[in-house]
Design a protein around this ligand. Structure first.
Ligand code: SF4
Length: 319
C-alpha cells in the first residue's frame, strides 16, 4: 500500500565511490516501524551491524517520521541511527531545528550514508542524488564557521556539520545543525568524521508532505494548535525554556548534583531560568513550525548562542 505521510524515497550514498541513488523501501518498513528511529534501526539491522563503529560499513542513517515537515506542531525532529563508538551499540540521536523538514521539502524521507571518502568532502543533497564536493578547506573549522561558509555558498540551504571533535573521532562528538541544534547522542559526529564527511547541505525544495485526507488533517491540526496555544505550560516553556526544570527538579528532589550522589543543589538559584533571563538577555526561539518556542537565543560577553538547555545546565552545573 502506498501510504501517505511518506515520499517512499530514501537517498543511498556511497562515499567510497561517490555514487548515490534513490531507494524505495518496502511498504512493510513504514507499516511495522513507522519512521524515524524505528525504521532507522530496522535498516541498520538489515544492513548488519559492523564490528567497528569507525569502519566504512557503519552507516549514518538520517531518518524523518511521517509528520516531519508537516504543519503539525513540533514536527521539526529528525534522527540519525548508527553503531555508537561510545557504547558500541545501536543508537538513535535526535535534533530539532530545520534539517529534517528541509529533507522532506526535497521529497526525501531520509539518507543512508555508507563508505568512507578518501579525502574530506561535503554532500549537497538533491532530490535524486548527492553531489560530492571537496571539503579540505573546511576541515579543522568549527561547526559555526563551517555552517556559515556553506550557507554563503548555498543560499537558503540547511546544513548539518561536524567540527574538530568529530574529525578527531572524539567518541561523544555531535553533529551540529542550524548552528545551535545537535544530534548529540552516541558520537554521531565521530562516525561522520571517520567517513571524512564534513557536512551535509540540503538546498531549498518545494515538496509537501503527502496527506491522505487533507480536510480531516487540517481540522485536527487546527484543534491541536488551539489547544497548544491555550495550554499554560506552553507559555511557561516559551518564557522559561527547558531550564524551568531546574527549579522543579530541586523542589521534587531529582536535580542531579555532585555526580548524582545528591538530588538537591544548594546553589540552584544561580542556574535557574530566572538567573539566565537576568544574565543572558534571552529571547525565545523555536524549531520549524513550533509554537512552543522553548529554545532561547542568548547573548553573553559579545557572543550570540542558543540555550542553555536543562540537561546542559543540570549536568554541567549542579552535577
Ligand atoms: S522549540 Fe522546543 S518544543 Fe518546539 S520542537 Fe523545538 S525543542 Fe521541541
Amino acid at each position: 500500500m502506498n501510504y501517505a505521510g511518506y515520499f517512499h524515497r530514501l537517498l543511498l550514498v556511497d562515499l567510497a565511490s561517490g555514487t548515490s541513488k534513490v531507494w524505495t523501501p518496502p511498504a512493510e518498513l513504514w507499516e511495522r516501524f513507522l519512521g524515524g528511529k524505528g525504521a532507522g534501526l530496522k535498516i541498520l539491522y538489515d544492513l548488519g551491524l559492523p564490528g567497528d563503529p569507525f569502519s566504512p560499513e557503519n552507516p549514518l542513517i538520517f531518518m524523518t517520521g511521517p509528520v516531519t515537515g508537516s504543519p503539525i506542531p513540533t514536527s521539526a525532529r529528525s534522527c540519525v541511527v548508527f553503531l555508537s563508538p561510545l557504547t558500541n551499540s545501536a543508537v538513535d540521536s535526535h535534533a530539532g531545528g530545520h534539517f529534517g523538514p528541509a529533507l522532506r521539502r526535497l521529497g526525501l524521507d531520509g539518507l543512508i550514508i555508507l563508505g568512507r571518502a578518501e579525502k574530506p568532502v561535503y554532500l549537497e543533497i538533491r532530490p535524486d542524488r548527492a553531489l560530492v564536493h571537496p571539503a579540505e578547506a573546511l576541515w579543522g573549522q568549527g561547526i559555526f564557521a563551517t555552517e556559515r561558509a556553506l550557507k554563503e555558498r548555498h543560499p537558503g540551504a540547511e546544513v548539518a556539520s561536524i567540527g574538530p571533535a568529530g574529525e578527531r573521532r572524539v567518541r561523544f562528538a555531535c553533529i551540529g545543525t542550524g548552528l545551535w541544534r545537535q544530534f548529540g547522542r552516541g558520537g554521531a559526529g565521530a562516525v561522520m568524521g571517520a567517513k571524512n564527511l564534513k557536512a551535509l547541505v540540503v538546498p531549498p525544495g518545494n515538496e509537501k508532505v503527502p496527506i491522505a485526507d487533507e480536510q480531516s488533517f487540517h481540522a485536527l491540526n487546527r484543534k491541536l494548535v488551539e489547544d497548544l496555544l491555550a495550554h499554560p505550560m506552553r507559555k511557561k516553556r516559551e518564557e522559561l525554556g527547558t531550564t524551568m526544570w531546574i527549579r522543579l527538579a530541586q523542589e521534587a528532589g531529582f536535580l542531579p548534583t555532585r555526580n548524582f550522589r545528591e538530588c538537591r543543589f544548594e546553589g540552584f538559584e544561580g542556574i535557574t531560568s530566572q538567573a539566565m533571563q537576568r544574565e543572558l538577555s534571552w529571547e525565545p526561539r523555536g524549531c520549524f513550525n513550533c509554537p512552543i518556542r522553548c529554545g532561547k537565543r542568548a547573548r553573553f560577553d559579545g557572543l550570540e548562542l542558543e540555550g542553555p538547555e536543562y540537561e546542559t545546565t543540570a549536568f554541567l552545573g549542579a552535577n
